[in-house]
Ligand binder design. Structure first.
Ligand code: ADP
Ligand code: ADP
Length: 237
């Protein structure tokens, strides 16, 4: 079964009350993301990529169309059930979004606290996650004491905490230098390979997609103008 099935989805942001025009951010998008894909969505700023991410994790209601995750249309689910869906989706952000007042282990533990995992189990899971991303020795440090690449690895550990079936990475490497970008992409590829996590990578960076994605959709002005195997979509010399 197709893991994420997007059909004819549109999102119009209404005109602000003080005037201005409605924005058609996503316009008739259909995508099939299969289980275990690393699916790349590429496009310039303003193409509608972030909006698409917020529609997939149900943070923003669609204007029309359907989004099925494992056969369940999330666009018609009540908020209470949406929260459950959202717990099965890990998010990784451009600006990492770590809590600066909490330690590294505190940041990774956060979603587990929200999910009310018992303390002993939580400790074990946090230790395992920090080990996995290679930051066991930074457990009691604070985000500010870490490099950008290390902070993003904390973001990835946090995203994996609840053992999501889906990872959404929104410009996850855009704030990083090329070397650190490689590190983070290697980690994402490993997560996909070892845990079979379906990964959606949103970016404006061509080389990120060509390095990691097996399938790709190209967005322009809210529309998907091309999609297919990465190998077929990109020209080769
Ligand atoms: P991208 O992630 O590709 O840069 P976005 O999804 O952020 O694209 O934006 C697509 C379009 O929707 C842009 O024109 C943007 O200004 C507009 N937009 C995004 N978010 C909102 C919002 N919350 N309210 C109104 N317009 C928005
Ligand atoms: P903070 O100051 O960031 O709140 P705490 O030390 O109070 O950090 O712990 C925050 C979270 O980290 C808790 O949810 C806890 O389960 C987890 N945690 C605490 N100690 C350990 C440990 N030794 N190993 C792994 N995780 C731990």
């Amino acid at each position: 079964m197709t893991h994420i099935r997007i059909r004819d989805v549109s999102k119009v942001y209404p005109a602000p009350r003080r005037g201005g025009e409605a924005v058609s951010a996503v316009d008739g998008v259909s995508l099939d993301i299969e289980r275990g894909d690393v699916f790349g969505v590429i496009g310039y700023s303003g193409a509608g990529k972030s909006t698409l991410v917020r529609l997939i994790n149900g943070l923003e209601p669609v204007t029309s169309g359907s989004i099925e995750i494992d056969g369940v249309d999330i666009t018609t689910l009540p908020e209470r059930r949406l929260r459950g869906v959202r717990q099965g989706i890990g998010m990784i952000f451009q600006r990492f979004n770590l809590l600066r007042s909490r330690t590294i282990r505190g940041n990774v533990a956060y979603p587990l606290e929200v999910a009310r995992m018992p303390r002993a189990q939580r400790r074990e899971r946090v230790a395992e996650l920090l080990d996995f991303v290679g930051l066991a020795d930074k457990a009691t440090a604070y985000p500010e004491q870490l490099s950008g690449g290390q902070q993003q690895r904390v973001g990835i550990a946090r995203a994996l905490a609840a053992q999501p079936a889906i990872l959404l990475a929104d410009e996850a490497t855009s704030a990083l230098d090329p070397e650190t970008t490689d590190e983070v992409l290697d980690l994402l590829a490993r997560i996909n390979r070892e845990f079979g996590v379906t990964t959606v990578v949103i970016t404006h960076e061509m080389d990120v997609i060509s390095r990691i994605a097996n399938r790709v959709a190209v967005m322009e002005r809210g529309r998907v103008v091309e999609q297919g195997k990465t190998y077929d979509v990109f020209t080769r010399p």
